[in-house]
Ligand binder design. Sequence first.
Ligand code: ZN
Length: 144
Amino acid sequence: MKTQLHLLAVLALAVSPVWADAKAKAGPRHGRILELEGQNAEFFVEKDRTISIAFYDSDGKPQPAASQVFAATAEAPGAKTQMAFEKKGDLLVSTAPLPDGEGYQIVVQARTSPDAKPKNFRIKLLTHICGGCPNPEYACICDE
Ligand SMILES: [Zn+2]
């Protein structure tokens, strides 16, 4: 019995680094969850290629956008684009669509209020549906 327990402990140790690896989380709109101080934001690319951000409290309950300030840089090849966001209903929505192309990085800078410390998120823009999960690739939650 003791040996078995020991074996289990070793197994758990061997497995835990995989679990510890921060796995992407997805929100109810199948967007990518960005974890912020005391709340979550969901990054989602709309059909017209604007980015919309939805907000949830720490229990996952939808919250209207309040004083959060978001900005993004789309690092499209040869066309690095700064993107601003404005409130649209309960969401923050980019004032312009993403530049053409796929596979480039988007750096999202999120502040929970205008004077909060910004938190940066790097998201690779891959909009096709993963298939292994029902989410677009940029919000994939598969265990690779
Ligand atoms: Zn997936």
